[in-house]
Write a protein that binds this ligand. Structure first.
Ligand code: AMP
Length: 543
């Protein structure tokens, strides 16, 4: 027997409808590409999204069509998401930090019909437009006065284009499983693969990931997503902030420590989210300029491991709660967050901090398991590590156009490519990406653990560990560090600092100081590039 409750499809435009009705005056503040701070609110965002949907329809965009956005976090970018998905078309976020060839490949693979782009990316698009066969028109997210001369096909300034339609429009109606968004993984090997989110998965993921134990957003919050909309759905914030009635502060293109600090303070932000490299810059700025944050209550850190020293600094030095989050593009993206369960509430402060440095526990809607190479499940003892596999309502079931074939195991679980432990309290800890783990004498060494310890040395700003071939042990760890400004890390002193904090055989065989560690398009340490840089390097332990 079926229940007798209403069919109420979980469609994304219902979120902006709700925000407009309940929190219509709630501000959406943007540091615009043109420069000034621009203020709008959820009511206006909804009106303009409806206008956008109507105007897109006039351009012939329909259910299932892909429309690309290549833009920073701004109010205009937000409108495009709601307008595109509101007619059943698919917003395809393109990461502008990728190599231009890769961008062209992705747009062609998605067969995007229209590209919305920020002013910043006009030159980049001009360089590749000749290869973009499916794109009928480029809409630059600015007004007529700021539109530069360019040779992009059917190019128009967003404000001029939008003004050609009014907001007298009804959202389309369709199945909640309809595709809403497309985001290609930043995979470092092979071609990028498209993850296709549905209205249902995005809505449920936004609800599930932002509750009190998750990103913890409520109606009193003002949220600043440093994490870009083009990085895995901006961790849901473009949906969850309006859903929960929180204000939004969109940082635009300026993500350096001083600019982020200025917005956090001026706009009285209470919650913010981003990758560790962003927080390295912010903390560095605050330290050097003797600044504090007066309104921020919660910082979400994810996308790469948050070092214990960073968590400690936020929590102890600045009194700001940290939510360490783990996830991936394939998971919409949040898989786990690390709030403290009742079972660990009485631990001493230092142990609690150490627990927060783990990647947290899976919330409702995500099931996790760790397995050995034969897909046999491993115990949750916090010691045995294995392949981390996940299943849930916002986990991919296959890549766009079937790339990669069947990606689920016999039980319907997706292999994340991460290696992890899970402790008896359910806290998961990432040991490494499976391809980054260092295999030494038949044992595995976690590069993340070593990096976390090295980065807590006062002279070290950033650290990366890679495996280097060794004739006897297969691989041995090489520690690569960037110095804190004005400091010169002494190799032996860094190693002495680490010794005793890790098993002896984990100790790096050498330390190299470089001026900058390369990062990927999503802000992770680019180990592939580091391995390339150090391909001719010989360990001193190899005679
Ligand atoms: P992406 O799809 O670009 O978001 O990358 C996902 C991958 O980033 C994961 O599979 C992990 O390897 C890594 N990652 C994300 N969050 C964390 C975290 N908190 N700690 C360690 N690694 C992380």
């Amino acid at each position: 027997m079926l229940g007798l409750m209403q069919e109420w499809p979980l469609l994304l435009h219902r979120i902006i409808d709700h925000a407009s009705r309940q929190f219509g005056e709630r501000e959406v503040v943007t540091r615009s590409i043109e420069g000034p701070i621009v203020r709008t609110n959820y009511r206006q965002i909804r009106t303009r999204s409806l206008q956008l949907a109507k105007r897109l329809t006039r351009d012939g965009i329909k259910l299932g069509d892909r429309v690309a956005t290549m833009a920073w976090n701004t109010g205009r970018h937000l409108e495009t998401w709601y307008g595109i998905s509101g007619i059943g078309a698919i917003y395809h976020t393109v990461n502008p930090r990728l190599h231009p060839e890769q961008i062209a490949w992705i747009i062609n693979h998605a067969e995007d019909r229209i590209v919305f782009a920020d002013l910043t990316f006009v030159p980049l698009l001009e360089a590749i437009a000749g290869h973009l066969k499916s794109v009928e028109r480029f809409i630059i997210l600015t007004d007529g006065a700021h539109l530069p001369k360019n040779n992009l096909r059917n190019c128009v300034a967003y404000e001029d284009w939008l003004a050609q339609a009014d907001a007298d429009f009804e959202w389309a109606s369709f199945d909640e499983r309809t595709a809403a968004g497309l985001c290609y993984t930043s995979g470092t090997t092979g071609n990028p693969k498209g993850v296709l989110y549905s209205h249902r998965s995005n809505t449920l993921h936004s609800m599930a990931s932002t509750g009190g134990d998750g990103l913890r957003i409520d109606v009193t919050d003002i949220v600043l997503p440093v994490v870009p909309l083009f990085h895995a759905n901006s961790w849901s914030l473009a949906f969850s902030a309006p859903m929960r009635g929180a204000g939004l502060v969109m940082p635009g293109p300026k993500l350096d420590g001083a600019s982020v600090y200025e917005l956090l303070e001026n706009e009285k932000v209470t919650m913010t989210a981003g990758v560790p490299t962003v927080w390295l810059m912010l903390l560095d700025y605050m330290r050097k300029n003797n600044k504090r944050l007066s309104t921020v209550k919660l910082v979400a850190i994810g996308g790469a491991a948050a070092p214990l020293s960073m968590i400690r600094e936020f929590e102890i030095d600045y009194g700001i709660d940290v939510r360490h989050a783990w996830g991936m593009t394939e998971m919409s993206p949040i898989g786990s967050t690390g709030s403290l369960k009742a079972s660990v509430a009485d631990l001493p402060r230092d142990e609690k901090l150490q627990l927060k440095a783990k990647q947290g526990w899976a919330q409702f809607g995500v099931e996790m398991k760790i397995t050995d190479d034969d897909n046999k499940e491993l115990p949750w003892d916090g010691v045995k590590f294995g392949h981390l596999k996940v299943s849930g309502f916002a986990v991919t079931s296959g890549y766009f156009r079937g790339e990669g074939g069947n990606i689920l195991d016999a039980d319907g679980f997706f292999d994340t490519g991460d290696v992890a432990t899970i402790d008896p309290n359910g806290y998961m800890q990432i040991t490494d990406r499976a391809k980054d783990v260092i295999k030494s004498g038949g044992e595995w060494i976690s590069s993340i653990d070593l990096e976390n310890i090295a980065v807590s040395h006062p002279d070290v700003m950033e650290a990366a560990v890679i495996g280097v071939p060794h004739p006897k042990w297969d691989e041995r760890p090489l520690l690569i560090v960037v110095a804190q400004e004005g400091k010169t890390p002494d190799k032996q002193k860094v190693l002495d600092f680490m010794s005793g904090r890790v098993a002896k055989f984990w100790m790096p065989d050498d330390v190299q100081v470089i001026s900058e560690i390369p990062h990927t398009a999503t802000g992770k340490i680019n180990k592939l590039k580091l391995r390339e840089i150090f391909k001719d390097y010989k360990l001193p332990t190899v005679v």
